[in-house]
Design a protein around this ligand. Structure first.
Ligand code: NAD
Length: 420
């Protein structure tokens, strides 16, 4: 979501400004939303395997708690900065708001390179981070989750550390846990499933039948592979997919079961029998009905947007389309389903995990998927209505739905009422 000459925080604030202007948002609420309510910077001492002590810098940003506690992932990466964590927390507010989850946005990060740490060092760092922020998080305060380079094992260590500090089990303090300690069924497939639901709703609005509609998926990891499988179950023909090593295409449709076996055997989709090879650039420009970028940010740019050859772009990845490309696609009549709506299935099922933890009653995978579908369908309809009422693209419409909700809550709480 960032562009080269602006910081991520500036981009997030500009998006807020634009949505506020379309909504004629009360300037007092606008000013509250511009900065996170609370940002922590912590120094985490970690005993390294060689006996030395290394200090790692960590952050946690809590943007806005108007509608409920804050929620968002923890990123372990050498490039983490306070500014980036603040921006990511604002985007989490937008994402939770568009689905109507009872959360504001939060985000955390630790400046580290997990590839350079042993498992023991990683465990000590994960536990140390939670000790440093323990007084500021909790099931009704701020609920972390996995993000870049953090996984269910790391989350399990964090959950255990928090429980040790508090002296009782509080599984709802963090989501993305393994199933054995309160994780939710359906979480692994949730983002890809949400991508498929959003695509289906968009196709319906455009009068496009999904039966035999052609789809191209960039990135065949967690999000892309489930999105492909579920879109295929809905009747789509998946004609091309790619990973970091390159792309493959067969216009008659790919056999996804066989492809998954090939990926397991070889570590890549490349070389799957019966397909022609494509570069990732060629893949993005392949003629199709639905293009689903599920890899990295900044893939559809001003350079290739004129050559994108589809009717719908569903953003499985975060920030795959640059603002310049957005404008070109809009002008070419290509509908973009924005990331904060299209890939919100993950945070939605994280919310379900928290609900199950708080009630100590666990749902079947079918129940999880049905509830996910209901929330995605409702959110899509609300964004579509906003899109129809204003001269904006779907991305701006999604921000507007979200900010409206937060503004209403802030007003109801009296945050901008002058009393006495
Ligand atoms: P992943 O690591 O499981 O998969 C990423 C895929 O992209 C892999 O197939 C990888 O080979 C491919 N890839 C990497 N670099 C590439 C390149 N240069 N060109 C083409 N393909 C490339 O990651 P994921 O969890 O599926 O996440 C994908 C995107 O979705 C990210 O932007 C992530 O932030 C976003 N996202 C993920 C979730 C989630 O629940 N996993 C939720 C919301 C958003």
């Amino acid at each position: 979501m960032s562009s080269s000459n602006q910081t991520a925080l500036e981009v997030a604030q500009m998006q807020l400004d634009a949505a506020a202007s379309y909504l004629q948002l009360d300037p007092r609420i606008h000013s509250i939303l511009k900065e996170p309510k609370r940002v922590l910077e912590v120094a985490i001492p970690v005993k390294m395997d060689d006996g030395s002590i290394k200090i790692f810098k960590g952050y946690r940003s809590q943007h806005c708690d108007a509608v409920g506690p804050t929620k968002g992932g923890i990123r372990f990466h050498p490039a983490v900065t306070m500014d980036e964590v603040k921006a990511l927390s604002i985007w989490m507010t937008f994402k939770c708001g568009v689905i109507g989850l009872p959360y504001g946005g939060g985000k955390g990060g630790v400046v580290c390179n997990p590839q350079e740490l042993s498992q023991n060092e990683l465990e000590r760092l994960s536990r140390g981070y939670i000790r440093a922020i323990a007084q500021f998080v909790g099931a009704d305060k701020d609920i972390p989750a996995p993000d870049v380079n953090t996984n269910p094992q790391i989350i399990a260590w964090m959950s255990d550390e928090y429980n040790n500090i508090k002296g009782h089990n509080e599984p709802g303090m963090i989501t993305g846990k393994p199933i054995s300690i309160g994780g939710s069924l359906g979480r692994t497939a949730a983002t890809g499933r949400g991508v498929a639901f959003a695509t289906r709703e968009a196709a319906g609005k455009l009068g496009m039948a999904l039966e035999n509609a052609t789809a191209v998926i960039q990135g065949f990891g967690n999000v892309g592979s489930y999105a492909a499988r579920i879109l295929a179950d809905m009747g789509c023909k998946i004609i091309a997919v790619s990973d970091v090593y390159g792309g493959i295409c067969n216009r008659d449709g790919l056999n996804l079961e066989q492809l998954t076996l090939h990926l397991k055997d070889t570590g890549s989709v490349v070389g799957f029998p019966g397909t022609t090879a494509l570069t990732n650039q060629e893949l993005l420009e392949t003629k199709c009905d639905i293009l689903v970028p599920c890899a990295l940010e900044n893939q559809i740019t001003a350079a290739n947007a004129p050559a994108i050859n589809c009717r719908i772009v569903t953003e499985g990845a975060n920030g795959p389309t640059t603002p310049e490309a957005d404008a070109i696609l809009k002008q070419r009549g290509i509908l973009v389903i924005p990331d904060i709506l299209a890939n919100a299935g993950g945070v939605t099922v994280s919310y379900f995990e928290w609900v199950q933890n708080l009630s100590n009653f666990y749902w079947t995978e079918k129940e999880v998927n049905e509830r996910l579908e209901a929330l995605m369908v409702r959110a899509f309809a609300e964004v579509w209505d906003m899109y129809q009422k204003h001269d904006v693209d779907m991305r701006m419409a999604a921000y507007m739905v979200s900010i409206n909700r937060i503004a209403e809550a802030a007003k109801a709480k009296g945050w901008v009422t002058i009393t006495g």
